[in-house]
Write a protein that binds this ligand. Structure first.
Ligand code: IVH
Length: 691
């Protein structure tokens, strides 16, 4: 519909006129920001907008949160509130083989999981782009945008509603018959032209430019002042769903995206439904050729099994669905020269040779260092100072030296001029603390043997401890840690909780106000969770997901500390290597001392009961679930097994203890029969678990 020209003295009463103007503006916004096809001249749009603003000013009682005039309204926040996702925000597995074989491998895996043989028809896939920005969950209730949250750790994100409201292509109100609850997941990003335009303006104003579009998007969404976000040109594409209520969902992923488009949400047009591995490969190749013509950066393409029923059958491994994969492209490369080769010491003492490079622009950023991974790699590539090298930067990964351009190696004097510069050799001693560098025969990685005596390791350990996903001590960044360690103010994480204001204020370039803030942040971090604490300890091989599993499984730190290797391996996903790392960590008197000091310093978390596993007949046993059970979903069965200390594996082998089979169980059941494994139906399964 069209709004009759006129202004506040229109024949309609203000309420009707306001409603009509909003609809009209929303329609133009959708055409402009979502469809990229403007329907009216800017001046005309501005006139409508100003008329609405004037009417709302006269009738404040009629200003709703969904009015297009209310996108930027919020005040700066002190911090973002946490939001627990009603459905976890998952990530997708990345196929590292960037060739066609990568797509074939995914298709074969899906077919195998579904028990399809060569004669079965090709699988239908929804294929789309992998956008390079920040994942966001948008919650609409009765068609109104009520909350927007970042992904965070997948379970809990941050409430960024105020900021997301400023993104013009995200509707504040859905079009058509919107369901009562609709959670839309997608990516916020910055298009290349918007990025260029924004940076050109910043430079003209003498202000800081953004590093690349991705950082631009991620940083903008996490601005505490929504006015700052509003000033950054952001876009959004929907690619999936979270919680939905009261909606008869379509049967396929592609139809879900079509439906989201009808609700007025931006959905990228570069997507398709294809058949089998050949279809995947065709799309991968097509996008590869079109990539530079896209208006935004992508990180590869994504393949998803199109049928939602099949998706459900395929389920998940840890936090990644079996029905989706990200398929990347070979990374971007550039030529530069090596100015020096140094070594870096990581948190666990790992020694990494690093090439210092003449600055070069590659993959969207200026690169000055590239990793040579380890001694073997550095020698294999035979990188020497003065060499011209190919550097590669893929997405977020650390830039690496791919190879040396030997023809360009500087020619010196003497008969064998090319070998004038010495080949790389690992130093015998840590460049930071002087401790011996050790390299076990069977390992590629050399380590500084200094442990926490080594300031480099100490700094990394502290940074890890204070990290956002660990104890979350805001403001404790590398510069500060550097000073604290170099001035011997802090040796272990426990010392943080003994830190006085005075020690901080006396540091160089430390304002009293920031010292106050850091002390407050340290104080705040005392109340944490067991999972965060375990993760913060920096036990080798214990990442965030494992820390969560351990916390859930053991309930208390003491129970974890007392667990032996066997007991640890009853935790799903924990194998002998991780178990050994944990045992070794807690066997170290020094570590126990630090933990005791942390507890004495006031670090606390709620503790629970360990999961009752000791008496269960299934503790430590491996299950494989196949086919559809009459009443239990796959996730429910898995939860029941894990709650009693059992594990669920994806494929049947000699090591499988029980196979739980339902209707339409395919090749897994056949294999279980061949191997003469114990096969249970749902009833027998429940009996075994005592349910
Ligand atoms: S689907 C259950 N589709 O990639 C699968 N993700 O590791 C959930 N991403 O942080 C994700 N483009 O933000 C999906 N077309 C796309 C995507 C996409 C980009 C990001 C997403 C997430 C990461 C997945």
């Amino acid at each position: 519909m069209s709004v009759p020209a006129g202004s506040t003295d229109s024949v309609l009463d203000p309420e009707q006129r306001i409603a009509a103007l909003r609809r009209e503006i929303e329609r133009h916004d959708h055409a402009y920001y979502v469809l990229d096809a403007p329907t009216i001249p800017d001046a005309e749009y501005d006139r409508l907008f100003r008329e609405l603003q004037a009417l709302e000013l006269e009738n404040p009682q009629l200003v709703g949160a969904d009015s297009p005039t209310q996108r930027v309204g919020g005040k700066p926040l002190p911090e973002f509130a946490p939001v627990r996702h009603s459905r976890p925000m998952l990530s997708i597995r990345t196929e590292t083989d960037t060739e066609a074989s990568g797509a074939r491998a995914f298709d074969s895996r899906v077919r195998r999981e579904l028990g399809l043989d060569e004669t079965a028809a090709a699988i239908e896939y929804a294929v789309e782009l992998k956008f390079d920005g920040l994942a966001i969950s948008l919650r609409y209730e009765n068609g109104l945008l009520v909350r927007a949250a970042t992904r965070g750790d997948g379970e809990t994100g941050e409430d960024v509603t105020q900021n997301i409201r400023t993104v013009r292509c995200i509707p504040l109100r859905l079009q058509g018959e919107a369901p009562p609850v609709l959670e839309v997941r997608g990516e916020v990003f910055m298009s290349r032209p918007d990025f260029e335009r924004y940076n050109a303006r910043q430079r003209a104003l003498g202000k800081a430019a953004l590093v690349n579009p991705r950082n631009g998007a991620a940083g903008s969404v996490r601005q505490l002042d929504p006015a700052m976000t509003a000033a950054r040109p952001l876009s959004f594409f929907a690619y999936g769903l979270g919680e939905c209520g009261g909606w008869e969902m379509p049967a396929t992923h592609s139809a879900v995206l079509d439906a989201l488009g009808v609700f007025g949400l931006p959905v990228c047009v570069e997507r398709a439904v294809v058949l089998g591995a050949d279809g995947l490969i065709g799309f991968h190749a097509r996008i590869r050729a079109a990539r530079n013509d896209l208006k935004f950066d992508i990180d590869g393409v994504v393949y998803k099994v199109n049928s939602l029923a099949l998706q459900q059958r395929l389920g998940f491994v840890t936090r990644e669905p079996r029905w989706a994969v990200a398929h990347k492209y070979p990374a971007e490369e550039a030529l530069t020269t090596v100015e020096a080769i140094e070594v870096q010491v990581g948190r666990t003492g790992a020694i990494t040779p690093v090439a210092r490079l003449a600055p070069v622009f590659v993959g969207g950023v200026t690169v000055t260092n590239a990793t040579l991974h380890n001694e073997t790699e550095a020698r294999r590539k035979d990188v020497r100072v003065g060499d011209t090298v190919i550097v590669r930067r893929a997405g977020d990964v650390i830039p690496e030296v791919v190879s040396v351009v030997l023809e360009k190696r500087p020619v010196g004097e003497g008969s064998d001029a090319r070998s004038q510069r010495p080949a790389f050799e690992l130093p015998k001693n840590c460049p930071i603390c002087g401790s011996a560098i050790e390299k076990p025969e069977d390992e590629a990685i050399a380590r500084c043997s200094g442990g926490l005596f080594c300031p480099a390791q100490r700094k990394q350990a502290l940074l890890h401890f204070a990290g956002r996903r660990a104890m979350d001590i805001e403001g404790l960044g590398d510069k500060l840690v550097e000073q604290l360690v170099d001035n011997a103010i802090i040796k272990t994480p426990a010392d943080l909780y003994k830190l006085g204001l005075l020690a901080l204020v006396n540091l160089e370039r430390m304002a009293a106000k920031s010292a106050d803030n850091i002390i407050a942040a340290i104080e705040k971090s005392k109340h944490t969770t067991l999972a965060r604490f375990i993760f913060a300890l920096g036990i080798r091989n214990v990442g965030e997901a494992t820390a969560k599993d351990l916390a859930r499984h053991f309930g208390s730190l003491d129970a974890l500390m007392n667990a032996d290797g066997d007991r640890l391996q009853q935790v799903p996903d924990i194998g002998p290597i991780v178990a050994a790392s944990i045992v070794r960590f807690f066997a170290e008197a020094h570590n126990i001392e630090v933990i005791e000091q942390l507890r004495a310093g006031g670090v606390t978390w709620p503790e629970g009961e360990p999961m009752a596993v000791v008496n269960s007949p299934i503790a430590g046993k491996t299950f494989v679930l196949t086919g559809a059970l009459p009443t239990l979903s796959r996730d429910e069965a898995k939860d029941m097994i894990e709650a009693q200390g059992g594990k669920v594996a994806g494929s049947v082998s000699k090591r499988t203890h029980f196979v739980v089979a339902g209707a339409d169980a395919g090749s897994k059941l056949d294999k279980a029969r061949t191997l003469e494994l114990v096969i249970l139906d749902e009833e027998q399964f429940r009996e075994l678990l005592g349910k």
